[in-house]
Every structure is written in structure tokens, then in C-alpha cells.
Design a protein around this ligand. Structure first.
Ligand code: BGC
Length: 770
């Protein structure tokens, strides 16, 4: 762990500049607006260790994956999220010397991520080699309201001298990725222009030809009053800038505002990019920094109204949850159904592909309950649109007749991850995608979705499962061989309980969904049958035969489900007895040693118990939790949240709290020593789940909402908002009572501790806490 950030309810604060923390801070203080994102790199020159990261949504590069040991079915490429041209750069010179925090001394350094209004602020005093001191303030935001705009206000005040200060705002297209295999660069320059007070650059990615345009317009100020300075207009290879120099008096503040427009060929035709960028930049510039900021912060206000979680009495916990919610909103806004939620969002290069099962298993529960229903619908439609590719993907592996295997990692529906044990075997992702459809419908009653899109996806997925199992003559059951469960510290195992369970669930749910669609709209059903060539009688009978006779590994002696065949053959030393110096084991042990060990990377059997909880009684949940959690190392960010929810369910409130802190502060406190690579965006939705589903006990069964709130002893009170069946409500939990506040125009019904509560429009209903 690395606890260098100050606890605060609405801000992330770093005081004192430590270069060894800088790369982590660059991730933690990142900004984004769903369309683009920017790590907290410094505007001015920085010669110390840094990961430069500026990302434009939907732009990626298909990197080569061909290797000597190529096997049939391997994906053609590994997608990389690209570091795009640098738009934040402003070089600063003090009497001819570059300001560089790696080489000069700093005093009173303070970096603040203001999550309430969505901006990054940096303040410090720099002491140059010749003793000259300057006070610096830099504020920037990536607009949530004007989504093609980023804005920076940067000020320098000489504290003990009078001299020449220069700002060189620039756009740099000559950038690289840290994870480039052969020091390759991924962008070609298409166009660039520099004029007085403005500059533009258009670049295009190699291979796929995505274009991105960046424009900047600037204003300079002395003591807040605009001053016109004739800049030196500068052009280098794929680099354009302006240099503004001014003689500045001691104590006088010299500032620059840089308004940037960013566009891409996702939203404009390629040949229009330069024009669109100019238009966007000019529109932002005309509004100006303050007006842009005010619309931007209003957008944030609205987001917080619908998704904030308030925790009283525990600042670390409060800061943690807001940090998670803040970054989720920065990553995905739900406006564009071509986009998705990458595990690192716009905060790093790792997990180059954008879409994992994380979206359905973790992010959808968050968006279903905190955003208008079209946001989740768009995420589901994303997969619907990729159904053909999922069928092709399954065909490549030898499946047929419309069986669909969604990719483990994808940018456009094609598999773009190249570890066979994941690509071919981590097929449980299909289960999460089907379950998300069910989850959406049970929260919205949008059965139309099934007719229009969902059923086709479900049929493709169920067909896959029915072909992926085989009959075991020995077990006299259907089995599923050679898979990887959610626990990636086991590969090529037989009968992963979670995967078998989800496969069975999918075939049963698809059968129910078919009946529903048939009953509601026979015409739509017939059309789907024709389109998918669905042979109802034969296929349904086959699914039933499989689901009735599926094999689930179980250990009678200890009465728990077995993660997979043979799991008990391992040496069972609990995680608490491991040498803490060897953890995380993935950084200290060989892969071979990990695979042979009993250690579980993330919830696996427990993931299944979490997802299908209504099938299990409390004693079963308890027994399985008590067996598996002590063997779990939680080395995936997706792990602690699920454990927190189950611990809360079985009354282990302290354990639930410990896991909550771990998930919510995973990146802020850098539990897994990897914040420098980027943040764990998708698990942030899991953090939300651990408050609302864990402590709040929120469940939805048969279109009904249930709450069973508990409160950790560290908290005085907590409150969360929920959208359910298009109604808005707020739940406030304190030690002695639960208040349900309706923010809806319709009456709402829900069950609190099993008792029916009716909340009239805009009324508060109180009930005693248990
Ligand atoms: C986890 C996967 C997850 C991926 C991206 C891996 O470490 O094991 O379950 O999909 O990260 O978040």
C-alpha cells in the first residue's frame, strides 16, 4: 500500500511533490468526459518518469500478434488503446530556463482533484537553479458539457525577481505508446497549421486510419486583465505552437488560457476533421474558460444528484466511493452505443481492448441504477450489434448453427486478446452477457428489448453452451472440459462450477425468454426464428436435456461446491499463512507456481453464488464463503467487491467493511502496486455495488425491489440514490432508522427487511433499522 494522499470528502489531495509517486498520481488525478481522457501529466516540461496519456474514445491500433507458435483460431491482432497527440503541453521558461519539476526545487506543492466540479488544480512554488522563485497555479478540465473541449488556465508569478517569462502552448503529434513493441509510432501526420494565437494538427492512425484533430486557441493575461502579446509562431515535425514572452514584474501574475478542441473520425468524415476541429475550438474559445467551466460544473452537479453516495462519519470511505463514481462517469456517459467501458478507461494503456465481461458483470449494475435506462440499453445494444462477429468467432473455433461466443476482449466485436487460455477458455463471459439482459429487464420491465434485440443474443449464447458441453460416459452427466473460470490463476480446468452454472442458467433463461416473447408477440418470435433459423422443438429439448443432467462438482465431506474437478488435490495453505513479503503473488511467484497453488485470484465459485444468490440458502452461502475467501488473494480488482457483498449478506459486517475499503481505495492507496499503469475503472462499479447491494442489501427479484440495510460500525449514516422502473428514490440508512425518499411522480413500492413499503410521490417513509 502507498498512503500518500490526504483524506477529504470531495477532493483527492497530494501535498509535497515526490517524483516516485508521480506516475500513480498521473493515473489517480486523470480527467475525462466519455469522449476523451487525459492522465494528470504536467503541462510544462517534465524530464522525470512519466506515462504520457491522452486518449480519444474508440481509437485503437491492431498490433501484430503473430508468433512462431501460432495456433489455429488465434486472433489476428491485439488491440491497443493509443496515446494520442498531446494537447495539454505548455512549456514555461523563466528568464530562458525551462521550468521542470524533476530538476528544480518545489515548495508548497499541492495537487487537487476536485470531484464535485470535475477539475484538476496544481499549485506550487518553484525555485530555479539561480534562486529565482515563481508561484505557479494550473487548473484544467475536460468538459462534460462541451464534450469536444479541454481547457487550461496556467499562471506564473515571479516572487523575488522581475524578468522574462514565456509560455509556449503547443500541440504535439509526435507521440508514442509505452507498450509499443518495437518503438513503433502509431500516428501519421495529415495536416498542421500554426497562426498567431491558434494552431491545429490532424493525425491519422496507422493501419486502421482513424483520424483525430486537435486545435488550440489562447489568451494571455497580466493580473487577470487580457494582454495582447505577439507570439513567435512555431512549427516542428508534427508539432505546432506559439511562444508568448513577457517582461513580468515581481508579484505580478502572468497567465495563459488554452482552449482545445478535439474531434475524431468517429464523429466526422475524415476530410472534414480540420474544419470541424477549427469550429469546435473557436466555439469553445468564444465561450471562454469561465463560461465553459460553469456549464461543465453544472453537468457534474446533475451527475452527483443521481449517483452520489453520502457516508457520514468515515472520510476515507466517503472519499473512496466518490472517487469511484467520479471516474466511472468520466469514462462512460452512455450517449454513444459504439463505445464501452475499458478496464482502465482513459487512465492508462494496459488492457488495450476496450470491452471485457467487466462491463456486463460490474458496470451494468451501476448504470442500471444510477442512469436513465437508455445508458444500459446502449451497452446491451453494443453487444447485439456484435452478434454476427460473435457467431463468426465461434465458427472459427469449430462451433456451428448460429452458436455465438463473444470475445473476451474486443474493440469492434472481434477477439483481440491472444492468450489461448483466456481467448479460448474463459468462456464464462458469455454468461455475464446473457445475465445482463435479464438484469436490465428485471429493473425496467422493458420486454420490448427481448423482442427487438435480446432474444437473438440469448439464442446464440445458449447454442454455444449446448455445443460446448459433452456427455461423460463415466459421470453419466454433461460436463464442460478445458475452461478457465473467473479465477485466472487456474487454466484448462474441467467443470468449473461457475461456468457450468452460468451455462445452465443461460439455457434455462433463454427458454423462459422464448416463451415470453412468443406469448407477447408471436409475429416477432416467428421473425426471430426465421432470422436465426431456430428449430424451437429440437433446440429447446436439447437444452432441457443438458440442464437436467449437468454435472456440478461438489465436495460432500465439507459440503461446498468445488471450484473445479480436482481442486481438493492441491496443497491447502491459507492466504493468511503466506509470507506477506511474497504478495501480491503475481509479482513474486512464477506463473507455474501460481497455477499449481490453491490460491484464487478473484471470486469464482463465489461469483456464481453472488450472481444467482436466490438459488442458495444462507447456510450454503456462509459455508462456501468461509471456505473460499481464506484462499483468495484478491489480485484482481474485481474481487473484493463481490466478497464485500456476500460478507454483508451473511452478517460478517467487519469483513464486508474491510473489503469495501479495499475495493473503494484500491487505487487511491495502491493496494496492488499498479496504480501507475492506470486505474481499475470497471471494478469501481463493483465498489458502488458493495455499498448498495452489500450494506444496502438491494436486490431485485421478479420485478420487485428489496432492501435489507445494515450499517458498518464506523459509519453514522449513509445514503444512496436508485433508479428503479424509471422511478427515482433515495435511501438513507442510519443506526436506528431507514428513510426511503421518493423523488418520483409515481408511487413506489419496495420491500424493506421483507416488509412492503409504499412511498407516495415525493414523500418520505421511515422504518426502524434492524
Ligand atoms: C481479471 C478479469 C478481467 C480483466 C480486466 C483481469 O485481471 O482477471 O476478470 O476481465 O482483468 O479487468
Amino acid at each position: 500500500m502507498r498512503e500518500y494522499l490526504i483524506h477529504d470528502e470531495w477532493n483527492i489531495i497530494e501535498e509535497g511533490f515526490q517524483p516516485e509517486n508521480h506516475k500513480s498520481s498521473e493515473s489517480i488525478f486523470s480527467l475525462g468526459n466519455g469522449k476523451m481522457g487525459q492522465r494528470a501529466n504536467f503541462e510544462e516540461t517534465y524530464t522525470g518518469p512519466t506515462l504520457q496519456g491522452s486518449y480519444v474514445a474508440g481509437i485503437y491500433y491492431p498490433d501484430k500478434t503473430r508468433v512462431g507458435w501460432w495456433k489455429n483460431g488465434y486472433p489476428e491482432y491485439f488491440a491497443k488503446v493509443l496515446n494520442s497527440p498531446n494537447w495539454i503541453g505548455i512549456d514555461v521558461q523563466i528568464d530562458g530556463h525551462f521550468l521542470d519539476l524533476y530538476t528544480c526545487k518545489t515548495e508548497n506543492f499541492r495537487r487537487v482533484l476536485n470531484m464535485q466540479e470535475g477539475f484538476l488544480l496544481r499549485e506550487f512554488t518553484a525555485i530555479m537553479d539561480d534562486g529565482k522563485k515563481v508561484a505557479v497555479t494550473a487548473k484544467r478540465f475536460v468538459s462534460m458539457a462541451d464534450t469536444e473541449i479541454g481547457a487550461i488556465r496556467y499562471s506564473v508569478t515571479p516572487l523575488n525577481f522581475e524578468g522574462k517569462i514565456s509560455f509556449t502552448p503547443y500541440l504535439d503529434g509526435d507521440v508514442e505508446n509505452e507498450d509499443s513493441n518495437y518503438d513503433e509510432k502509431f500516428w501519421n501526420l495529415i495536416d498542421m497549421e500554426a497562426h498567431s494565437g491558434e494552431a491545429y494538427i490532424v493525425t491519422e492512425t496507422k493501419k486502421l486510419g482513424f483520424r483525430a484533430g486537435f486545435g488550440m486557441m489562447t489568451k494571455t493575461f497580466i493580473q487577470g486583465v487580457e494582454v495582447k502579446i505577439q507570439p513567435e509562431i512555431m512549427k516542428k515535425e508534427a508539432w505546432v505552437g506559439n511562444r508568448f514572452e513577457k517582461e513580468v514584474k515581481e508579484g505580478e501574475e502572468f497567465s495563459i488560457e488554452k482552449i482545445v478542441g478535439v474531434t475524431s473520425s468517429l464523429n466526422y468524415s475524415k476530410n472534414d476533421i480540420l474544419v470541424a476541429t477549427k469550429k469546435s475550438t473557436k466555439a469553445g474559445f468564444d465561450k471562454g474558460f469561465d463560461q465553459l467551466f460553469s456549464s461543465h460544473s453544472n453537468e457534474w452537479k446533475q451527475k452527483w444528484v443521481h449517483s452520489d453516495i453520502k457516508i457520514e462519519g468515515d472520510i476515507a470511505a466517503q472519499q473512496g466511493i466518490r472517487f469511484n463514481i467520479f471516474h466511472l462517469h468520466q469514462t462512460y456517459t452512455g450517449e454513444d452505443e459504439r463505445l464501452n467501458v475499458g478496464p482502465k478507461g482513459f487512465t492508462g494503456e494496459k488492457y488495450g481492448g476496450s470491452t471485457y465481461w467487466d462491463t456486463e458483470a460490474y458496470c451494468i449494475p451501476f448504470f442500471i441504477s444510477t442512469a436513465p435506462s437508455n445508458v444500459t440499453r446502449n451497452l446491451l445494444i453494443y453487444r447485439y450489434k456484435q452478434l454476427d462477429k460473435a457467431i463468426e468467432n465461434a465458427e472459427k473455433l469449430g462451433f456451428k448453427d448460429g452458436a455465438a461466443l463473444y470475445p473476451m476482449v474486443t474493440m469492434n466485436g472481434e477477439e483481440c486478446h491472444n492468450e489461448w487460455e483466456i481467448t479460448f477458455e474463459e468462456i464464462h463471459r458469455n454468461g455475464a452477457i446473457a445475465f445482463a439482459i435479464h438484469n436490465y429487464i428485471r429493473h425496467t420491465n422493458d420486454f420490448k428489448y427481448l423482442e427487438e434485440y435480446g432474444l437473438e443474443v440469448l439464442i446464440g449464447i445458449s447454442r454455444f453452451w449446448s455445443q460446448r458441453v459433452n456427455w461423460s460416459g463415466e459421470k453419466k452427466k454433461y460436463v464442460m472440459l478445458g475452461v478457465t473460470g473467473p479465477n485466472e490463476y487456474e487454466n484448462n480446468i474441467n467443470n468449473n462450477w461457475y461456468t457450468n452454472k452460468m451455462a445452465t442458467w443461460c439455457m434455462k433463461y433463454t427458454t423462459e425468454a422464448i416463451a415470453k416473447v412468443k406469448q407477447n408477440n408471436a409475429d416477432a418470435f416467428n421473425q426471430i426464428c426465421n432470422k436465426t433459423n431456430f428449430k424451437a422443438e429440437v433446440e429447446l429439448a436439447k437444452w432441457k436435456e443438458i440442464t437436467d443432467q449437468m454435472y456440478f462438482p461438489f465436495n460432500e465431506e465439507i459440503n461446498v461446491f468445488m471450484q473445479q474437478d480436482g481442486y481438493m488435490d492441491k496443497e491447502h495453505i491459507l492466504v493468511k499463512d503466506l509470507d506477506p513479503k511474497q504478495r501480491p503473488i503475481n509479482q513474486y511467484w512464477s506463473w507455474d507456481r501460481i497455477l499449481r497453488s490453491c490460491y484464487i485470484k478473484q471470486a469464482d465459485t463465489l461469483q456464481g453464488i453472488y450472481v444467482l444468490e436466490e438459488e442458495f440458502d444462507l447456510e450454503t452461502i456462509k459455508r462456501n464463503f468461509e471456505f473460499y475467501e481464506p484462499r483468495t488473494v484478491h489480485e484482481s480488482s474485481l474481487s473484493p467487491c463481490v466478497h464485500s457483498i456476500l460478507a454483508a449478506k451473511i452478517g460478517l459486517t467487519d469483513k464486508a467493511y474491510e473489503m469495501y475499503l479495499r475495493t473503494s481505495r484500491l487505487d487511491i492507496d495502491d493496494y496492488n502496486h499498479e496504480a501507475h499503469e492506470g486505474l481499475h475503472i470497471t471494478s469501481m462499479a463493483g465498489t458502488w455495488m458493495s455499498v448498495v447491494e452489500g450494506f444496502g442489501g438491494k436486490r431485485v427479484y421478479d420485478g420487485k425491489l428489496y432492501l435489507n440495510p445494515i450499517i458498518p460500525k464506523q459509519w453514522k449514516k449513509y445514503a444512496f440514490r436508485l433508479t428503479f422502473m424509471n422511478n427515482d428514490l433515495e435511501v438513507i440508512v442510519s443506526k436506528d432508522k431507514i428513510e426511503v425518499v421518493s423523488h418520483s411522480d409515481n408511487p413506489i413500492e419496495l420491500y424493506v427487511y421483507g416488509k412492503l413499503i409504499k412511498a407516495e410521490p415525493h414523500q418520505i417513509v421511515e422504518t426502524e433499522a434492524h
